[in-house]
Design a protein around this ligand. Structure first.
Ligand code: SF4
Ligand code: SF4
Length: 506
C-alpha cells in the first residue's frame, strides 16, 4: 500500500497571504444548468487559434468538435451542449492580449444531447504510449491551472526529455481560490486515475501529488483513495502554505529539491507538472470519452451573495455564474477573473467562462495605494522574491530601458507573482513595470528574428541569381564552342538570339 508522506519542503521568499477560502468551501460543488447561450472562443490556450469547422445555422451536439487545429501548438474546441450555431464573431473575452476574440456562439436547445462516441478506451493500459498521447491531443485538454498550454504538446515535449517524475499540482496558493481543493475532496479517484494514465503515456513510475498543508480534507480523501488502490508509484506530499508555492519551478524545488535552470523548464530536471484539474480532465476524456467541456470554478468575494464552487459548461457567461452564487451584493465594485494577485480585471460580465477560468472574484474596490515614492534600497523586495531576483535592480534597469542588464539580472525568470509589490514600502508597481519590460524584450526578440529571416531571404536570392548567371555563362560557352565547329553564320545567329531575359541578367 502506498503510504502518504508529509514532507514540508522550504521555499525561498514568498508570502503568507490571507486564505479567504472558507467562504466558498462550505458547500459541495454545485452543477450549473446549461445556459441559454454558449460563447466558445476558438483560442482558449497558448498557441495558434483553432479553425471553426461548423457554419452558422448548423446544429451541434454536446462534445462535438466545432473548431480544430493542425498546428504544432494548438487545441481543439468542442460544443459544451447541443444547440444551433447562431454566430461566429468577435466577443469580449478575458485574454492576455486584446479585448475581443473570435467566438462560436451556440443557442442551446435545452436537450443537452451528446455526440455518439464509438471508441471507448476503458483499459488505457492496452494502448501504446503514442496512441494514448494521440487520444489526449483530441480532447481539447489544456493546463487548467492558468497556463493553458496544450496538454498533449506538453506531454510530447516531455517524451523527448528524460522525465522520471510526474508532479500533480494541487497547490492553490492565491487567496480566495478553492476550486482545486473541492475537486480533490470530491473527485480524488478521477485525479489519481488521470495520474496513472499520464504515467503510462510518459512511461514513468513515479508521481507525487503535492497539496498544501492547510487542505486536510483534500489530503485525507486522496490518502484514502491511494490506500484503496495500492499503487506504490504515487506518493502524496504536503507542501507549505506559502504563496507562490504552486508556481511550477517552485513546486519542483519543494517536491524534488531539483532546481529548474534559468529560462529552463521542469523537464530540464526530469519533471513534468500537471494541475490536478487537468489530470481529472484527462481521466474524463480517456476513460469516459468526455472532452474538456466544463470545469470547476470558484465564485467568491464580498461582492457576491453566496460564494460557492460551481461546475459550469465552458462558454457560460460569467454573469450567469455570478447569479448562481446569489448575484451581486452592494459591495460589488470590481470583477476579477483569477485571484487577487495574478487575476485580470474585466469590465463586463458578458465574457464567457473559458478553460483557464479558475476563479470569478467580485469585490469592493481596493483602496488606491497612493503615488509611488523613490526606492529607499531597503531590500524587502529581494527577500520575498521566490526566484531570488533583485527586483530593485530590475526596476532600475527597466526604467533605463537597459535590455542587456535586464537579461543579465534574470528578468526572464520573473514569474510576475507580485510579492515584491506587496512588501515595497515605496509602493512602486514593480510587477507591472516588469511585465512591460518583458513585453518590450519579447518585441525586440521578434524584431531581431524578423530581421534575421529577411537577411536569409536576401542572401538566398543572391545565391540563386549567382547560380543562374553561372549556368547561363556555361550554356553560352557551350553554344559558342558548338558554333565554332559549325562556322561564322551560326555564331552570328547565337549572338542574335541572346537577349536579356529579365532585370537580373545584367
Ligand atoms: S522594496 Fe521597494 S523601496 Fe525597498 S528596495 Fe525594493 S523597490 Fe526599493
Ligand atoms: S514579481 Fe518577479 S521580481 Fe517580483 S517577487 Fe515575483 S518573481 Fe520576484
Amino acid at each position: 500500500m502506498s503510504a502518504p508522506t508529509y514532507d514540508l519542503g522550504t521555499l525561498h521568499g514568498g508570502l503568507r497571504l490571507p486564505a479567504r477560502k472558507s467562504v466558498s468551501t462550505r458547500q459541495p460543488i454545485v452543477a450549473m444548468p446549461v445556459p441559454a447561450q454558449l460563447v466558445l472562443p476558438i483560442t482558449q490556450h497558448v498557441g495558434d487559434p483553432a479553425e471553426p469547422i461548423v457554419g452558422i445555422g448548423e446544429r451541434v451536439l454536446k462534445g462535438q468538435l466545432i473548431a480544430d487545429t493542425n498546428s504544432a501548438l494548438g487545441a481543439p474546441v468542442h460544443a459544451s451542449s447541443s444547440g444551433k450555431v447562431i454566430a461566429i464573431e468577435p466577443w469580449p473575452v478575458v485574454r492576455r492580449f486584446g479585448e475581443n476574440a473570435p467566438c462560436i456562439v451556440v443557442e442551446c436547445d435545452g436537450r443537452d444531447e451528446s455526440v455518439q462516441r464509438a471508441d471507448t478506451a476503458a483499459d488505457f493500459t492496452t494502448l501504446a504510449a503514442e496512441d494514448l498521447l494521440g487520444k489526449i491531443l483530441h480532447g481539447g485538454i489544456v493546463g487548467l491551472g492558468g497556463a493553458v498550454f496544450p496538454t498533449a504538446q506538453k506531454l510530447m515535449q516531455a517524451r523527448t526529455c528524460e522525465i522520471d517524475h510526474l508532479i500533480l499540482n494541487g497547490v492553490e496558493c492565491e487567496s480566495y481560490i478553492s476550486c482545486d481543493d473541492l475537486l480533490m475532496r470530491e473527485h480524488a479517484e478521477e485525479i489519481i486515475s488521470g495520474a496513472q494514465i499520464l504515467m503510462h503515456a510518459l512511461q514513468i513510475d513515479r508521481c507525487f501529488i503535492a497539496v498544501e498543508s492547510d487542505k486536510p480534507e483534500a489530503v485525507g480523501k486522496l490518502a484514502e483513495v491511494l490506500g484503496k488502490i495500492n499503487d506504490d508509484r504515487i506518493i502524496l506530499k504536503k507542501v507549505p502554505t506559502i504563496y507562490p508555492s504552486g508556481g511550477e519551478d517552485q513546486l519542483v524545488q519543494l517536491v524534488t529539491n531539483r532546481e529548474v535552470p534559468s529560462a529552463g523548464l521542469p523537464s530540464d530536471v526530469g519533471c513534468l507538472v500537471q494541475n490536478v484539474g487537468t489530470t481529472a480532465a484527462i481521466h474524463d476524456w480517456v476513460i469516459n470519452n468526455e472532452p474538456l467541456i466544463s470545469r470547476v470554478t470558484t465564485v467568491t468575494g464580498d461582492g457576491v451573495a453566496s460564494p460557492v464552487n460551481v461546475r459550469a459548461r465552458i462558454g457560460t457567461p460569467i454573469g450567469e455564474i455570478i447569479e448562481m452564487a446569489g448575484g451581486y451584493t452592494d459591495r460589488a465594485e470590481q470583477l476579477i477573473i483569477g485571484g487577487p494577485m495574478t487575476g485580470k480585471s474585466i469590465t463586463t460580465d458578458r465574457v464567457p467562462l473559458v478553460k483557464s477560468t479558475n476563479c470569478v472574484l467580485v469585490s469592493s474596490k481596493t483602496p488606491s495605494p497612493g503615488p509611488a515614492l523613490p526606492c529607499i534600497r531597503c531590500g524587502d523586495c529581494a527577500s520575498v522574491c521566490p526566484v531570488q531576483l533583485l527586483p530593485q535592480q530590475l526596476f532600475w534597469y527597466a526604467c533605463a530601458d537597459d535590455e542587456a542588464k535586464l537579461r543579465d539580472f534574470g528578468l526572464i525568470d520573473c514569474i510576475e507573482c507580485g510579492c515584491c509589490d506587496l512588501v515595497c514600502p515605496s509602493r512602486i508597481p514593480l510587477t507591472a513595470d516588469f511585465r512591460v519590460a518583458k513585453g518590450r524584450i519579447r518585441e525586440l526578440a521578434d524584431e531581431k528574428a524578423r530581421a534575421a529571416r529577411a537577411r536569409q531571404r536576401f542572401e538566398a536570392r543572391n545565391d540563386r541569381l549567382e547560380r543562374e548567371q553561372a549556368r547561363r555563362e556555361s550554356e553560352l560557352a557551350q553554344q559558342k564552342a558548338a558554333a565554332k565547329k559549325a562556322g561564322p553564320t551560326a555564331i552570328a545567329e547565337i549572338l542574335k538570339r541572346r537577349k536579356p531575359k529579365n532585370e537580373d541578367d545584367e
